[in-house]
Design a protein around this ligand. Structure first.
Ligand code: HEC
Length: 411
């Protein structure tokens, strides 16, 4: 049967698939070039303008790479650019953000216990904040601060902490962490699009015209690439965090996210040093483990509404839509019977500590808000409940389908 909700879920999955693949290509290329850069060694008989070379073996052959800093004497006949990995990652990421957090904003973006925003206000803050981050960062890099790279990095960290706190004041925990990741990743892609690539094009134009390119373009690109290098690992953590309620389900999620940026620096510092000197500083791992232990401890601080508080909260207009049809009561009873032992603020199933994926299905507003997810996970598919835990018969599933279709058909 043709069903928009199912089609939409497959579109979301496909875009996520694309996003992960393009991100792998971008990060893979970026890690490769950083390691290559650090491993280059000066050699005898290098061509004019070359600053180092490296031999590598892979895929049944040997590679001999030479780096020219800033550029070779003449424009080479074939030149491969590496930019689409970055652009495609950002574009697919932006599409995924819109699919999950804008279209699904009532469920995943807005948290009425934190801020009373309409969906449009939420979307405006979501999109606007990503742009503002880049403008601020870019202005900082172009100012006098650029002469003090360490101070610049520290200020960048302060901005990230402030954003982390800010997002957590208004959005759901998972949206907050994801937006912090998108905020950072936007800076990274914009570095490629607005700085690294245009400077590279100036150098190529100089070569074509027979001029000697200015060394400053290489230096600007290097600073921006260094920032990107230290930001990569935290961004991947933040993108994955929405699968782990421990990371986003506490009031201290903003501190957890801030500490993750420090682990990005310690881990990358180890590998950067190792690639350069053949030996990495081991203290960086001790610091990383300590930071992770601190994060794990922070994540156990239970905050948020208790069941009683959640039960007492009035339904939002969105929830009201799903709770006001006659078939809601039967669906609600089914969900309480088949789902709430796990999906509760204090789960009672096995030794489960936290509701899986942070999905609560206990109160009337919980159930109404999750209508589409319930329909997909337990109505038209058998993804939930886990079959070894609870058996749900066809009648119970059709109760859920009838409910959601009644709401949709009534509109
Ligand atoms: C025995 C425990 C248990 C029961 C009972 C259970 N679930 Fe789940 N649920 C899980 C687990 C575990 C996950 C996380 C799966 C994962 O990580 O991919 C989950 C995830 C989910 C998600 C999030 C899916 C996503 O990927 O975003 C939804 C929605 C959901 N369950 C709905 C339900 C509904 C509706 C019911 C009742 C009909 C139900 N669950 C019953 C354990 C349970």
């Amino acid at each position: 049967m043709y069903d928009l909700a199912i089609l939409w879920d497959w579109i979301a999955f496909s875009v996520r698939w694309l996003h992960v693949i393009t991100a792998m290509a971008w990060i893979g290329a970026s890690f490769y070039f950083i390691a290559l850069d650090l491993m280059l060694k000066p050699a005898e008989h290098m061509p004019e303008g070359a600053s180092g070379e490296e031999w590598e073996v892979h895929g049944g052959g040997f590679y001999h790479t030479t780096k020219y800093m800033v550029a070779p004497a003449q424009m080479p006949e074939h030149l491969t650019w590496h930019k689409w990995q970055s652009y495609a990652t950002w574009l697919s990421g932006a599409a995924l953000l819109m699919i999950v957090y804008w279209v699904g904003g009532e469920l995943y973006l807005l948290d009425p216990t934190k801020a009373d925003l309409s969906l449009w206000q939420g979307i405006l803050i979501s999109g606007g904040s990503l742009t503002i981050g880049w403008l601020l960062y870019d202005a900082m890099c172009k100012s006098k601060l650029s002469e003090q790279p360490t101070l610049l990095m520290l200020l960048l960290f302060v901005i990230l902490v402030v954003m982390s706190w800010g997002y957590n004041q208004i959005f759901t925990g998972r949206a907050a962490l994801l937006h912090l990741g998108a905020f950072t990743a936007t800076i990274m892609t914009a570095n490629v699009f607005f700085q690294i690539m245009p400077n590279q094009r100036i150098v190529v134009a100089d070569l074509k015209a027979g001029r000697t390119p200015d060394a400053k373009y290489g230096k600007i690109a290097k600073v921006r690439s260094t920032h990107n290098n230290y930001l990569t690992l935290p961004v991947v953590f933040l993108m994955l965090s929405n699968h782990y309620p421990l990371a986003f389900g506490t009031e201290y999620a903003w501190i957890i996210a801030s500490l993750i940026f420090l682990t990005g620096v310690t881990i990358r510092h180890y590998f950067n040093t190792m690639h350069k000197t053949g030996k990495g500083p081991h203290w960086t791992w001790a610091v990383t483990v300590l930071l992770m232990l601190l994060i794990a401890w922070l994540s156990t601080v239970r905050t948020g509404d208790t069941w009683q508080e959640a039960e007492a909260r009035a339904l939002t207009p969105y929830e009201q839509r799903f709770a006001s049809v006659p078939s809601f009561d039967a669906a609600y009873d089914t969900v309480i019977g088949s789902c709430s032992m796990c999906h509760a603020r204090e789960p009672v199933w096995g030794n489960m500590q936290w509701a899986p994926k942070g999905v609560y299905l206990e109160t009337r507003s919980d159930v109404a808000r999750h209508a589409s997810a319930i329909y997909l996970q337990a109505g038209v598919s058998h993804a939930m409940p886990p079959p070894n835990a609870v058996q749900m018969d066809a009648d119970a599933r059709s109760t859920l389908v009838t409910w959601v279709r009644e709401v949709r058909n009534g509109e």
